[in-house]
Ligand binder design. Structure first.
Ligand SMILES: Cc1cc2nc3c(=O)[nH]c(=O)nc-3n(C[C@H](O)[C@H](O)[C@H](O)COP(=O)(O)OP(=O)(O)OC[C@H]3O[C@@H](n4cnc5c(N)ncnc54)[C@H](O)[C@@H]3O)c2cc1C
Length: 348
């Protein structure tokens, strides 16, 4: 019964925001914990490689496709529970992340408003500790419910044990092949949004926030974030060809102070901001100054006209896109001696 959603030879490209890549040999739609466990068991019995897919907004599927079983996470459910001054928000892994954010703002709950418009599922949010405009999911995540693939048991992992860092967690690193996220619980409180620390957002909020309560102040931040993201094609919109991407393709490198000083001595002033362990340099600046401007195109892939870090599918293949990514990494390495790390995960 839990294998009812099993299909064979399923094209994966339409299940991703890049719209690239070949088929999955097998795909199981997983609307329940039982179906996820059944899929893991089946893959073990047949010795099939296993991959997990949420909304497909942070993956590049290889042109050859995936030679095993893809579990497509569709566990639904969104619940709100009061606990003292907190509201605990529990979401199934397959819930829309942005739907969750909108529902929280509707209830006057603060802490997620800057994460408005990020595509994908609630279950994927902790994988790379999604973040934008000064907020990260790690700040409000109470615990993650997972299926341990090695024991087929459900485990609860407190936020403090998720190994969160800048666009990373234990789910993306050491436990990548062990833990499947079944659901998340966030701990939020009612209140006004924090003051923006991002000049771009502060400017967008320059008109006074309506004083009709927390809800409308939070909604104003959400509207400003969505409008900024739209201007960069950073919300998925079928009518916007520049949003056929996987978001930012490279992480912003963090350099030791000394290395950053040497870089500036050689290349002149470089934008930067403080980060744990050193200085964070915008990857977008490095990409543009290594000879890859916005709007650059090569083969069937290109750089968004609106965002220097977004690699866009312009009718080519996954190989075209990955070749462009490698060319950019090589150019940045040659010019600045910095290795850019890829953000999306390659499946296949
Ligand atoms: C236009 C655009 C804008 C974006 N903007 C941002 C941004 O501002 N900030 C940001 O942080 N990210 C951003 N992203 C990246 C992406 O939206 C997030 O990483 C998102 O959390 C991915 O969710 P998903 O459900 O699509 O995951 P998928 O792309 O399906 O999967 C991503 C990875 O997580 C794994 N995974 C997914 N679900 C589970 C699960 N339940 N259990 C275990 N592993 C799982 C997959 O195996 C894969 O390795 C953007 C992407 C796009 C296309």
């Amino acid at each position: 019964m839990s294998l009812a959603g099993l299909r064979t030879g399923v094209p994966l490209a339409p299940l991703t925001t890049l719209g690239l890549g070949g088929p999955a040999r097998h795909l199981l739609l997983c609307p329940s914990v039982e179906s996820v466990a059944a899929g893991v068991r089946l893959a073990g019995e047949r010795d099939w490689p296993l991959a997990v897919l949420g909304g497909g907004s942070n993956v590049v599927v290889a042109d050859e496709g995936f030679p095993g079983l893809v579990l497509k996470m569709e566990i639904g459910g969104l619940a709100f529970r009061r606990k003292g001054r907190w509201t605990l928000v529990t979401a199934g892994a397959g819930e829309s992340w942005d739907g969750l954010v909108a529902a929280c703002i509707e209830r006057g709950l603060r802490g997620l408003e800057c994460l408005s418009g990020i595509p994908g599922t609630a279950g994927a949010a902790p994988i790379q500790n999604i973040g934008a405009y000064g907020q990260e999911v790690a700040q409000t995540l109470l615990c993650v419910t997972c299926l341990d693939r090695s024991t087929l048991k459900t485990v609860e992992i407190p936020g403090s044990e998720c190994g969160f860092g800048y666009r990373t967690s234990r789910f993306k690193a050491a436990d990548r092949d062990r833990l499947i996220v079944l659901g998340v619980t966030l701990r939020l409180s009612e209140g006004a949004p924090d003051e923006s620390r991002y000049p771009e957002l502060t400017e967008a909020l320059a008109k006074p926030i309506p004083l009709a309560g927390h809800r409308s102040a939070l909604q104003a931040v959400r509207d400003a974030v969505l409008s900024l993201r739209r201007s960069k094609a950073m919300v998925i919109d079928p009518a916007e060809p520049e949003s056929r991407c996987a978001g930012s393709f490279f992480l912003n490198p963090v350099l030791a102070e000394g290395d950053f000083d040497r870089l500036q001595a050689e290349h002149g002033p470089i934008p930067s901001f403080p980060a744990p362990g050193g200085v964070k340099v915008p990857a977008a600046w490095l990409v543009e100054h290594a000879g890859f401007p916005k709007g650059y195109s090569r083969g069937g892939a290109g750089i968004s006209t609106k965002h220097a870090l977004a690699l866009v599918n312009r009718g080519g293949s996954a190989a075209d896109l990955l070749a462009l990514a490698s060319a950019i990494q090589e150019a940045v390495r040659l010019r600045f001696g910095i290795g850019l790390e890829r953000e999306p995960v390659v499946i296949g």
